[in-house]
Design a protein around this ligand. Structure first.
Ligand code: SAH
Length: 213
């Protein structure tokens, strides 16, 4: 598959649709216009890639809906050079959006098949996260902590304590919390001990699964 002016046109429309649903951050909208979402999907979905919908990516997982990606990214308030930890690499689309915002991205995926496939795809595309790990995101990435931001792209039954512990003071954790439906939740670390918690409405994600090993 290639990236053409037709695809670019569809991306511009998608960014308009997402803006119409309330996403205001111009940098986030620019990132949606820049990243060729159709290349993150099987060729069978090429026609649909710029609809504001999730799609299957294999291993029972989905690429998040563009609006959801934009909403979480906006809440994360990424600045250039920020160290961002992402839990749930999946197709790599959210990772690419963060890289476009010039973040240093550390990303974890627990499905071997997706991990391998997306790693190869990144090499092919020239996307360069600082680190890609096959493992359990519940534990975060202690050796590279603390982070300016942490984004979880799967539904967590509860907020993993390790992720809160790996935030810098002033940093933000954006995580959908809940079992069947999740509340988009932001924790901002105010000091070593204090976190401010805010919620931003209901979403549906595939579950964040704990490693059984
Ligand atoms: N950001 C991805 C979302 C993929 S869906 C995208 O837009 O494509 C969520 C992903 O989280 C899945 O790939 C799933 O395998 C992964 N996941 C679930 N539990 C996990 C865990 N404990 N640690 C790391 N990744 C996990």
């Amino acid at each position: 598959m290639r990236d053409t002016t037709k695809h670019k046109g569809m991306r511009n429309k998608l960014a308009q649709v997402v803006a119409g649903k309330g996403i205001k951050d111009p940098k986030v909208l620019e990132a949606l216009k820049a990243i060729p979402r159709h290349l993150f999907l099987d060729s069978g979905f090429e026609e649909h890639a710029y609809q504001d919908k999730p799609f299957p990516i294999g291993a029972g997982q989905t690429i998040s809906q563009p609006y959801t990606v934009a909403f979480q990214t906006q809440l994360l308030q990424v600045r250039p050079e920020n160290r961002i930890l992402e839990i749930g690499t999946g197709s790599g689309y959210q990772t690419a959006i963060l890289l476009h915002l010039k973040a240093r991205v550390f990303t974890i995926e627990r499905q071997q098949e997706l991990f391998k496939r997306t790693k190869l795809f990144f090499t092919k595309m020239g996307y360069r996260p600082k680190k890609m790990v096959f493992g359990d995101g519940y534990k975060g990435m202690e050796e590279d902590a603390p982070f300016d931001g942490i984004i979880v792209t799967a539904g967590a039954p509860e907020t993993p304590k390790a992720l809160l512990a790996q935030l810098k003071v002033g940093g933000r954790l954006v995580i959908p919390v809940g079992v069947d439906e999740q509340q988009m939740t932001v924790y901002e670390r105010k000091s070593e001990k204090e976190f401010e918690k805010k919620t931003y409405g209901g979403f549906r994600f595939v579950p964040l699964l704990e490693d059984k090993n």
